[in-house]
Design a protein around this ligand. Sequence first.
Ligand code: RFL
Ligand code: PHB
Length: 387
Amino acid sequence: MRTEVAIVGAGPAGLLLSHLLARAGIESVVLETRSQEYVASRIRAGILEHSSVELLTAAGLGERLRAEGHEHRGIYLQWPGERHHLDFVDLTGRSVWVYGQTEVQKDLVAARAAEVVYDVADTRLHDVGTDRPYVTYTDAGGAARRLDAAVIAGCDGSFGPSRAAVPEAARQTFERVYPHSWLGILADVAPSTDELIYARHPDGFALHSMRSPTVSRLYLQVPNGTDLADWPDARIWDELAKRLGHGRDGWTLTPGPVTDKSVLPMRSFVQTPMRYGRLFLAGDAAHIVPPTGAKGLNLAIADVARLGDALTALLRGGDPTLADRYSDDALRRVWRCTHFSWWMTTMLHASGDPFDAQLQLSQLRWVTSSAAGATGLAENYAGLPIR
Ligand code: RFL
Ligand code: PHB
């Protein structure tokens, strides 16, 4: 089989790239190791920044988002005894939207821009340093296949093979592993808040997020290696109530039936460069951020917006300028988001160190009382323009 762009991975990065390319008249084939049902039901990110909404809307993917998503003006930041609202619209003129990654994924599948081959195995990238790269894989029926392309886009997330297809001598990696994880639940209960609450508490961070007027998404900081068996639903709700300040100033947390429960380890990771020869990396394949800044999905969207432009200029206009700049341009945003996610994580998670605790409280008081501090957080959270 031959196509213009071979895309490895049908997550949001891979499917959105195929969609943007199709709109520019460029053909692609997407290879995905999981089944269509599995990919469509994974529960992940929930917040779209302003630029992501603009980009999805401009790409013809904004209809359901605007009908069923919920625009938020800002977030609450709290610590014991205090809760403050940061209004991003007042501070920066930009809002964020609650619209689950699962929904973005469904919209992309429905748009069906390119052929997606699900249930592939043994995906391998070859000759990426030449102008005749190709991918080999085994299809669902067990047959060995080969896909030739002008360009390969590695959109295969943190566990895929694309990242390692860059020769070791040509790549550099940067990593920070955090000593805590998040225990996340999805619950069939109306959110107890109108906008997200990020809570610092001496016993650990808690986040009250949501998916819809009837579905809540909540997280607790837990130690690495936490076993879900030690966390029956009642214990989770008790801990959330304590950390989120149930009963204070008349605010209550309403518990409900838990429909999903998982533990997510946290790390920051960047591999540079994001391009080697005819291989371009995008999304989690190139970088991972801890979820505290809500940046993972948004960064994936920003990468492929840039990559779509670059590949269109390269393959349609024969102009390599944007492709040559792709890695440097994308990495500027990647490092900004990596810093913001690290900063939000270190400001809000309990480390057990009393010096850290005082610095965190000082920082929280500053971002909630100074216009400069609040605007800095708002600008990063609501997101800078993509291009
Ligand atoms: P994805 O979504 O991981 O998609 C990559 C796709 O590549 C496929 N793949 C392969 N395909 C073919 N051959 C192979 N050998 C392959 N190996 C892998 C995978 O099956 C998958 O379908 O990466 P993408 O598109 O770059 O999108 C990035 C976002 O998904 C990610 O940044 C966020 O979801 C991060 N993230 C979260 N971000 C938040 O802001 N808030 C969250 O609550 C949140 N929860 C999460 C998350 C990421 C998670 N992962 C990756 C473990 C929860 C989880 C569990
Ligand atoms: C979510 O709703 O899953 C979510 C929201 C904000 C974050 C992380 C996760 O910072």
